[in-house]
Design a protein around this ligand. Structure first.
Ligand SMILES: NC(=O)c1ccc[n+]([C@@H]2O[C@H](COP(=O)([O-])OP(=O)(O)OC[C@H]3O[C@@H](n4cnc5c(N)ncnc54)[C@H](O)[C@@H]3O)[C@@H](O)[C@H]2O)c1
Length: 412
């Protein structure tokens, strides 16, 4: 029975609590967070996940659990990792460290986190749920024999879109790392690359060749939307971030030399029923599609009854309406791959191994995201086979992340 400790008790920690209800051999033993810890612990106890306690510090939490999870905001990653390292050096017996996406705001930070984890000799798991989505996993499994005879997929289109994040810090590019490309492009780039990866090969197998990106601020810089952000303490007239991002990567199979393309489209201006994850994958003679808004279940709520709805997010993540025809997804933690990523991480840690995706993989995704920002900023295709470009990326901090988005999100 592995004891889990979560650092952070917000939106994603709540999703993980729901996911853990479907995972065996686990106890949600503790949580540590400035806001929300008591409520999360209470829910976990009610769900029978254990005697979940609230801890005042990361050190106390680490002393009481086997697996520690970083589910706090992006800007807090390095400090939290340092606290975990101190706790382990002080004797805490940690069998695994989990970190939510994105690993970091930029490559310098990602390097620090990945190096610290390596020095601790503790197995890690980078939580990128979309690679574990049962629909993606099953489509790949069903197509294994087809792929063997016809060749690997050569075009992937992936998207994650919704109407905008729930907390102010996500909108602040200096704290989050950018706009939608950093926040959700990391998902779509990772899953796009994965669906192009031949089955049986590791997730970091393909060689990145180039990236071409376009980013824009289409909705949230306009009125009345920018004033709504201002009410939440976010000023997009001085430090904007992109609410739309369109990124195209070219990859190469290092064994066969075969080229493939991944297009990732992400937006915070998807004024539609709620969060949509979309994957379209094309191989020679075959294809598959995943659309998370297609559900066998639906709800209808008339205007007369709409005031009775307590929380539209109970039906679907980032739901935008409380009346009319609503999409109902009865098991989102399973649909989005949270349950499967836990099972993978915990069974790996029990064997003393990294999860399917480790923090080094998270670093690779950070590099690809940074390269996308660089392409947008320089208005050109970035050559990812050029050692000078790779060196430049190591210390690159996008202008948007520096709070200078007005320089690159204008309409010229
Ligand atoms: N996989 C996914 O689809 C997905 C979805 C949402 C969020 N995330 C990721 O999860 C992370 C958290 O996002 P969220 O939506 O839960 O944010 P949130 O703002 O809803 O919650 C953040 C939590 O962390 C706590 N916190 C803040 N500063 C802290 C610190 N220094 N030390 C410890 N705890 C701290 C807050 O009190 C809060 O409990 C982000 O990195 C985000 O990118 C992933």
């Amino acid at each position: 029975m592995l004891k889990i400790g979560m650092i952070g008790a917000g939106f994603v920690a709540g999703f993980h609590e729901r996911a853990l209800c479907s995972v065996r051999g686990v106890e949600f033993a503790g949580v540590c967070a400035p806001v929300g810890a008591e409520a999360l612990a209470e829910r976990a106890r009610q769900d029978g996940l254990g005697n979940t306690e609230v801890f005042k510090s990361v050190a106390d939490l680490c002393a009481a659990v086997d697996v520690v999870c970083i589910f706090a905001p992006n800007f807090a990653r390095i400090d939290i990792m340092r606290d975990i390292a101190k706790a382990i050096e002080g004797g805490a017996k940690i069998k695994g460290i989990i970190c939510e996406k994105p690993l970091a705001r930029n490559l310098q930070e990602a390097d620090i986190i990945a190096r610290m984890a390596k020095a601790l000799h503790v197995p890690t798991a980078y939580f990128e749920n979309q690679l574990h989505m049962p629909s993606v996993v099953e489509a790949r499994r069903q197509l294994e024999a087809v792929e063997r005879s016809m060749g690997a997929a050569h075009l992937a289109r992936s998207a994650e879109e919704h109407g905008g994040p729930h907390e102010a810090w996500f909108w602040d590019p200096t704290r989050q790392g950018g706009g939608v490309c950093c926040d959700m492009g990391c998902h779509s780039i990772a899953v796009g690359m994965y669906t192009l990866t031949p089955s049986g090969k590791p997730p970091a197998y393909l060689t990145p060749v180039s990236v071409t990106a376009n980013m824009s601020l289409l909705k949230w810089g306009k009125e009345p939307w920018s004033s709504r952000l201002k009410e939440r303490g976010v000023d997009y007239t001085t430090a904007p971030a992109e609410d739309y991002s369109n990124v195209t990567f070219e990859f190469k199979d290092p064994d066969t030399g075969v080229r493939s393309i991944a297009q990732a489209t992400n937006s915070w201006m998807y004024d539609a029923p709620g969060l949509r994850l979309l994957m379209e994958v094309f191989g020679p003679g075959y294809s598959y599609t995943v659309n998370s808004l297609e559900s066998p279940a639906g709800l209808f709520i008339s205007d007369a009854a709409a005031t009775a709805v307590a929380d539209s997010e109970l039906a679907l993540e980032k739901a935008q309406a409380t009346s009319g025809a609503l999409v109902l997804q009865p098991n989102e933690p399973d649909l989005y791959g949270y349950v499967a990523e836990w099972r993978d991480a915990l069974s790996s840690f029990e064997q003393g191994k990294d999860g399917m995706l480790d923090l080094e993989y998270g670093r690779l995704i950070t590099m690809l995201v940074m390269a996308a920002y660089m392409s947008h900023e320089k208005k050109k295709t970035i050559d990812l086979t050029d050692p000078a470009v790779l060196r430049e990326l190591e210390t690159y901090v996008p202008l948007i992340q520096q709070g200078k988005g007005t320089e690159v999100l204008g309409g010229d």
